[in-house]
Design a protein around this ligand. Sequence first.
Ligand SMILES: *[C@@H]1O[C@H](CO)[C@@H](O)[C@H](O)[C@H]1NC(C)=O
Ligand SMILES: *[C@@H]1O[C@H](CO)[C@@H](O)[C@H](O)[C@H]1NC(C)=O
Length: 292
Amino acid sequence: PGVLTRTLLNAGVRVVALESNPAFLPNLQSLENSLDGQLKVIYGDFYRLDPLTGTLKPPAMRSEKLFETMGVEAVPWRADSPVKIFGIFPQSKERLRLWRHLLALYECSSIYRYGRVELNIFISEKEYKVLTGKPGNASAYQAITVLCQLGCEIELLHMEPWSSFLTNLKNGGLAIPKSMRLPNDHLCLVRLTPQQNLFTGGLTPTNSPIFTFMVKQYLAKPKSRLIDRLNSWSLDNSSQLLRELEIPENAQTRNVYPEDYKRLFEALQNSNVFTETWWHDEVFENIRNINL
Ligand SMILES: *[C@@H]1O[C@H](CO)[C@@H](O)[C@H](O)[C@H]1NC(C)=O
Ligand SMILES: *[C@@H]1O[C@H](CO)[C@@H](O)[C@H](O)[C@H]1NC(C)=O
């Protein structure tokens, strides 16, 4: 406990620590009092920011409140990150939490209303491999891969063996039960910096739910042919569209590069597929299902 906070304090930067466990608060608060303003401690849970449903009972909190307390103001998307966040992603529901972050990023909602907030997070090696998967790789190239690579610059800063995170509990057991140990050996400290040029072209925070839904739907069947997916939307000139985008006509959805998904989306905006009402129903259903 406290290892990230201490490391950041030693680096001499101003730190705001979010602590969700009341048992750890007194120690942190006495550290805060001894530091003359370098550290601010808030009772809150970063992983329960802006819940879409349910009551807002602490440690859950709204990002407006958090940013106001930190004294950080929103900056334009193209400006540098207004704040850097460091944390360890809880292993339970790791994938869902990453999804929620990416959807918020594409919509510029939650913490991303304040600009291109930089995340420095420990995630499992397994998830890191998915985020950095290459097109064509059957196991590693998924919808979340496309959205993450298009939405963020991904840098691996450090890999730390799992064993460093195992602390002994009072009863002599391990803090992480055996059943949770993962088939790989490390937690990866990964920096995700939102791309400055994400919203150039036809993609906007407002239409991004349609884009993220499209990518999710197409990669749910990674071996299906892109052209068949397009035809299923009764697009009558799919081959012509793919030719213009220089995407091979027989490409499977798992072979399409992230940038090509964006170009395809931009081209489709000029057709009438996205104006169909069933789209919007499905897209919003999809967003609701990713609520945590
Ligand atoms: C697919 O990705 C996994 C995870 O990164 C990697 O271990 C594997 O070698 C890749 N497979 C191919 C065929 O590139
Ligand atoms: C496909 O057809 C739609 C309308 O039918 C048109 O607006 C669009 O420009 C066409 N796309 C291509 C690539 O020809």
